[in-house]
Design a protein around this ligand. Structure first.
Ligand code: URP
Ligand code: ZN
Ligand code: ZN
Length: 474
């Protein structure tokens, strides 16, 4: 393993800056940034004509998730490796409590899946599906000892994961004591349950009915409701996978009373729409996820929300199932496992469709793919930027290589690609994780177990620098 690495002449892009410089890395950290550095390193990479982006952070993945009678088909090894190929050096996955069991059980189980297996770095959100007296007593340690500062609730998936408002309010209060934040899947579970029951009673069982039974208003209502709960108690909030105009409008309304809501969308909601559910036969099952893909007007609302400062992260909700698994719902849409693959192509798609089509700036691209997730989830500036003292997680990105996304070439453990045939301009050429070249020209140079568990700080606490570092080159 090389101890030091020098990247020469790349264009460093952070959430705020863009400049040409050399980056010298030592002992896993960015050490020095400057012009024509005379430092010698174990390895030198010429990055002339390339962008240097902070390693991507995908704040929403589900590796190896037990869900709807099966398991997400990527585990921590295959899923984080696929992420690395696409420039994502850190994921935040969800350790989800089983109703009736403890949070600790879930955390132990997720560590067992990830520790010694993940190739890329990983952190956990804690999924709370059963907030009771016992759960309350676990929160302090999970925040302070396990370094988990975000607690997820599901307002949908009635009978499996859904919690009620009382539990959400209780969790906001308890997590708030330790500077932790509630994050939420916003859909009105009762409304959806009723619509699903009705559709099935009428013999409407094809994949399109997944979309028709999870209408925009179910998401808008739940989003507005949890925003109000957070406002009433003065708590921070992060809404995961926002998909629609109605929900964006609820966030915009909240800003009028000076409430800041942190909002995530996913790459599929920016690029795909509900017409995919009209495809012949069972094809639409590939995009069955919750919330579902929406209409063109919703995609426009999401893109606009980015530049209006209402939307802060672009994740994937990576939760792949192979077609054999999707077939569990061949005769009943409500049995199709919800989720799709995406962790590998989030950054290249957002660059190609967002930056190159002038929808977002390069700095905004970095904010959305890395910096904001690091800041919101207590990892900044260890992760999420390129600066002295930060983990040397760097994507050397070639804006001039074009390629086509396909199941034939992807690294995700899924037998289809949700973006099959999409032509993408720009490629993650070399991906560096904590100073080690992880991916080079499509070849992986690290393996199982290289990934580290990342403890996160509370929302309201200053980051403490980990070691001495050089501020700038002499
Ligand atoms: O359909 C989805 N999104 N599957 C994963 C679970 C979730 O709701 O995030
Ligand atoms: Zn969700
Ligand atoms: Zn999810």
């Amino acid at each position: 393993m090389v101890k030091s690495l020098l990247i020469k002449n790349g264009t460093v892009v952070t959430a705020s800056d863009k400049y040409i410089a050399d980056v010298y890395i030592e002992d896993e950290k960015v050490h020095t940034i400057g012009k024509d550095l005379k430092l010698t390193a174990d390895k030198t990479i010429d990055a002339n004509g390339m962008y240097l982006f902070p390693g991507g952070i995908d704040p929403h993945t589900h590796m190896d998730l037990p869900f709807m009678g099966t398991y997400a088909s990527d585990n921590f090894e295959s899923g984080t490796l696929a992420g690395l190929h696409g420039g994502t050096t850190t994921i935040i996955d969800f350790a989800i409590q089983t109703q009736g069991k403890s949070l600790r059980d879930a955390l132990d189980s997720w560590h067992k899946k990830a520790d010694g297996n993940a190739v890329g770095d990983y952190a956990f959100h804690m999924g709370v599906t059963d907030f009771n007296k016992n759960t309350v007593s676990e929160i302090k340690d999970i925040c302070e000892k396990d370094g988990i500062s975000s607690f997820k609730v599901f307002m949908a998936y009635k009978g499996a994961l859904m919690v009620d408002d009382r539990q959400i309010i209780g969790l906001m209060k308890e997590a708030g004591k330790y500077g932790a934040m509630v994050i939420s899947h916003c859909e009105n579970g009762d409304m959806i349950d009723e619509l699903v029951t009705e559709a099935k009673a009428n013999g409407n069982l094809s994949p399109r009915y997944h979309y028709l039974t999870r209408p925009e208003i179910a998401e808008t209502e739940a989003t507005g409701r949890i925003i109000d709960m957070a406002y009433q108690g003065g708590h921070p909030l992060y809404v995961v996978h926002m998909t629609c105009e109605g929900a964006v409008n609820r966030v915009r309304e909240a800003t009028k009373r000076n409430q800041k809501v942190n909002v995530e969308t996913c790459i599929q909601y920016l690029l795909l729409d509900e017409s995919l559910y009209e495809t012949e036969g069972f094809e639409g099952s590939k995009w069955i996820m919750s919330p579902p893909l929406r209409k063109e007007k919703d995609r426009i609302a999401l893109w606009n929300a980015i530049n209006q400062g209402l939307l802060h992260t672009v994740a994937t909700d990576h939760c792949p199932f192979c077609m054999e698994q999707k077939n569990m719902g061949i005769n009943d849409f409500s049995k199709i496992p919800n989720g799709m693959p995406g962790v590998e192509h989030r950054m290249e798609l957002l660059f190609s469709e967002g930056v190159l089509k002038n929808k977002i700036s390069l700095n905004k691209f970095v904010e959305l793919t890395s910096t904001n997730a690091a800041k919101i989830f207590g990892m900044f500036p260890k992760k999420g930027t390129i600066s002295p003292g930060a983990d040397a997680d760097i994507v050397i990105f070639d804006p001039n290589v074009n390629h086509t996304i396909s199941v034939k070439t992807h690294h995700q453990n899924c037998d289809y690609s949700a973006f099959e045939g999409w032509k993408v301009n720009g490629k993650c050429k070399t991906v560096i994780l904590r100073g080690t070249v992880a991916i080079d020209n499509g070849q992986s140079l690290i393996g199982k177990g290289f990934g580290k568990y990342i403890k996160r700080s509370p929302h309201n606490k200053e980051y403490v620098c980990e070691k001495e570092f050089t501020k700038s080159a002499k």
